[in-house]
Design a protein. Structure first.
Length: 340
């Protein structure tokens, strides 16, 4: 199946993930990140890239214009957090803090941050490149409300789905894997998205390792990548797309051993491509997408494509909370047509 026929979760403008008016507000200010730790992660030299002096000075720098706010609060009441997690839809495969349950216990001597699953699945931050450390930290601490104002129904309704947010390293440094839906598709043809789709029964429990298995399975089916080369290192809170009823778990991966990728089914997917993170953080490539109904949300103009909707919303939140965001012109508008 090509990308959560959510369809490709592009209903953000009816679903409201990280709409422009919410950027930097949801969750409330709770402090600042450690600037030295951010610099040591290699962000300034690699994410900004050559000629991006503003990124080098602003990322993770309390004096810089792009300073993000820290997330998470060590003084929270775990019991209240757990209750809130059950109500708002934290993925149960997340970390033990912030009200998320683990998928198991690490073996003695194992990485203390590892969260083993079943059948060989595990979520671990061990051995990640330094530049991914801020993303892993953000995944550990981000609250559902900081990702979106639309969260899974307390009733438990919704079709469980997962997408793979896969980071790799290419000729221009850190990059993100995306795919583009075939233009002839009636729904959201030509729209970029993460690989992903709805959980199948064989994926297992949606509250534990089901989303992990679904994200890897769908990515393999859609792009041909070898899941054995992917290290899962984080799980973001589950998000909801009201117009389609999908409950989506973004699963974070590090492409430790890249393999060739392609559009496996040309009838569903036009192309599979990677986008340098430097391009995603370049203010010149950022804009606000405007749907004819008036809904707005973040957008990225990269690799001859307009990335918007759910995919752009997740990227926007990762860039923001990882401390990679640079000041950009939110007044720059990109209109969508009625087919969007």
């Amino acid at each position: 199946m090509t990308g959560v026929q959510m369809t490709h979760t592009s209903e953000t403008y009816d679903g409201g993930l990280s709409a422009t008016g919410d950027l930097g507000r949801t969750g409330g200010p709770v402090g600042r990140p450690d600037a030295d730790r951010a610099r040591s992660a290699g962000l300034s030299g690699r994410i900004g890239g050559p000629g991006h002096a503003q990124a080098a000075s602003g990322v993770g720098d309390p004096a810089g214009p792009g300073t993000p706010r820290a997330i998470g609060d060590p003084t929270r009441d775990p019991a209240k957090d757990a209750a809130r997690a059950r109500a708002t839809g934290h993925a149960a495969v997340g970390h033990a803090g912030a009200g998320r349950a683990t998928t198991g216990h690490a073996a003695p001597g194992a990485d203390p941050h590892a969260r083993p699953g079943t059948n060989g699945l595990a979520v671990t931050s061990e051995g990640l490149p330094g530049w991914l450390a801020p993303v892993a930290r953000a995944a550990e601490a981000v609250e559902p409300e900081q990702m979106s104002r639309f969260l899974p129904p307390e009733s438990g309704d919704g079709r469980q789905s997962a997408v793979l947010v896969l980071f790799g390293e290419g000729p221009r440094g850190p990059e993100l894997l995306l795919m583009e839906r075939a233009s002839q598709l009636r729904s959201h043809g030509g729209q970029p998205s993460f690989p992903g789709g709805a959980l199948d029964p064989e994926d297992g429990d949606p509250a534990t390792t089901g989303p992990l298995r679904a994200a890897l399975r769908e990515a393999e089916e859609e792009t041909g990548l070898d899941p054995a080369g992917v290290q899962l290192f984080g799980v973001l809170p589950r998000l909801y797309i009201p117009v389609s009823g999908f409950v989506v778990t973004p699963v974070l991966g590090w492409w430790r051993e890249p393999t060739p990728v392609r559009a496996v089914d040309s009838g569903e997917t036009a192309r599979v491509f990677t986008v340098p993170v430097a391009d995603l953080t370049d203010p010149a490539n950022r804009a606000t997408a405007v749907h004819p109904r008036g809904h707005t949300g973040p957008a990225f103009l990269v690799e001859s494509a307009l990335v918007w909707g759910f995919t752009a919303g997740v990227i926007d939140r990762i860039v923001h909370y990882a401390g990679w965001e640079r000041p950009w012109d939110r007044a720059k508008r990109v209109p969508l047509d009625w087919h969007a």
